[in-house]
Design a protein around this ligand. Structure first.
Ligand code: NAD
Length: 426
């Protein structure tokens, strides 16, 4: 597990090419100021650390860790921490850029950042995971902070990882600082509703879209979800709760399908016991590739990036594509879907902004030492997601463009206005 990469390979990321190309396209469309363009195309700061930690067998592993801060014109940097083998400087930079757009499009007073470690966390024991997380936090300690940059969970990390990060940061500073991370357990200053918020937010956006499209969400509305983690599982639960029929879900191993509908509550209990969705009674097995092409009303990719490509974009059989994951659709696929005109695509920076929105609520509650009820949180989340959807919709009508372009127009314009009015230091 000692794998330091050569510098050139650090930037090698399909997601970065995709996110930069999207930015360049929209920057041209809105005739973005050239100086702002040059600054926004790259991150403001990036830190690479090598993280040594002891394995249970006594050996020492060294893995690369990252924290990239893209833009903080609207407020402190904010973004998740990803533990995954594909993590490198390029991927983390792309995800940090998406965070800047996301916080801006929903109107939060925050910037965009991302971090991660290049590792498969499922190969580590709990103790190894804890030692690695604590050492990583210690390595980036002067880069993060409640007024500077506030991490949160992403793929491969969870509430427990955030608790270890908060504890390590607090010990080194000498007192308890819960507001340094969000997505923590409730017991140490986490927010009610945070865990479910990324998935709940996807369904709130779907509800706002359905209202606009004059579409009913009921038992005839079939939902297919790729990924049964923090985003996918919560989206499945909320979709079922509002009366939709969840007919297929998957995880990294495989997918399960039942056209009559899966009992999501029972599926949660199954996954709790068996870890993976495979073998769930009453379902048939499908591969992750087949799952994406199932006939359905709503398709929610909520696992990893780049799964909808030029190979399968023409074969999708959904009416609405709500991007739960970050960057699930390649730019080539995006164009095919746009040209098809029969799929209503809700882009990642809008569809999955529920997580960062409730993270923002968590940070505000920690700073005030005053906590809100789950009802208040869900109400505020709905208001923000619904307003953001309507604003993006209006822009798409005015500019005659799709929702991805409209979301980017709104986000980039908002950030560039802040940068221009703040001016250039010194
Ligand atoms: P997670 O680790 O909790 O869950 C990921 C799920 O996807 C798991 O079920 C895993 O088995 C599955 N998976 C992993 N690789 C896969 C593959 N190659 N094919 C199919 N399934 C695969 O992660 P998460 O936090 O739910 O994040 C999922 C996506 O949503 C990521 O793109 C992340 O950036 C994005 N996102 C997360 C949050 C958040 O707050 N957690 C917020 C917004 C967006």
């Amino acid at each position: 597990m000692n794998h330091i990469k050569p510098i050139s390979a650090e930037w090698d990321s399909d997601l970065l090419s995709q996110v930069q190309a999207q930015f360049e396209r929209v920057a041209r469309k809105i005739s973005l100021d050239q100086n702002i363009f040059n600054r926004l195309r790259v991150p403001e700061k990036a830190l690479i650390v090598s993280v040594p930690f002891r394995m249970d067998d006594g050996s020492v592993a060294v893995v690369p860790g990252y924290r990239v801060q893209h833009n903080d014109s609207l407020g402190p940097y904010k973004g998740g921490i990803r533990y995954h083998p594909s993590v490198n400087l390029g991927e983390v930079t792309a995800l940090a850029m998406l965070m800047s757009w996301k916080t801006a499009v929903v109107g939060l007073p925050l910037g965009g950042a991302k971090g991660g470690i290049q590792i498969d966390p499922t190969l580590l024991t709990r103790q190894e995971l804890q030692r690695m997380t604590r050492r990583y936090t210690s390595e980036i300690i002067n880069f993060i902070g409640p007024e500077v940059d506030i991490p949160a969970p992403d793929m491969g990390t969870n509430e427990q990882v955030m608790a270890w990060m908060m504890d390590t940061y607090s010990h080194q500073k000498g007192y308890s600082i819960p507001e340094v991370v969000t997505g923590k357990p409730i017991a140490i200053g986490g927010s009610l509703g945070r865990k479910e918020s990324p998935g709940r937010g996807v369904i709130y956006i779907l509800m706002a879209a359905a209202e606009k499209l004059k579409m009913k969400l009921d038992q005839k509305t079939t939902v297919v979800i790729q990924g049964f983690g923090q985003v996918g599982a919560a989206a499945a639960r909320k979709a079922e709760k509002i009366g939709c029929r969840v007919i297929a879900v998957s995880d990294v191993k495989s997918g399960i399908y039942n056209p009559k509908g899966l009992d999501v509550k029972k599926l949660f209990a199954w996954v709790e016991k068996k870890k993976f969705v495979q073998g769930f009674p009453g379902s048939e097995r499908v591969t992750n590739e087949e799952l994406l092409e199932l006939p359905c009303t709503v398709l929610i990719p909520a696992a990893t990036g780049g799964v909808i490509t030029k190979k399968n974009a023409a074969k999708l059989k959904c009416k609405i594509l709500a991007e739960g994951a970050n960057g699930p659709t390649t730019n080539e696929a995006d164009k095919i879907i746009h040209d098809r005109k029969d799929i209503f695509l809700i882009p990642d920076i809008l569809a999955n902004a529920g997580g960062v929105t409730v993270s923002y609520f968590e940070w505000v509650q920690d700073l005030q030492n005053f906590f809100w009820s789950e009802k208040e949180i869900n109400k505020k989340l709905w208001e923000i997601m619904n307003r953001a959807f309507h604003e993006v919709w209006e822009t798409s009508q005015k500019e005659k463009c799709n929702l991805r372009t409209a979301s980017l127009i709104r986000a980039i314009t908002k950030i560039s206005q802040a940068m221009l009015v703040r001016g250039l230091f010194p």
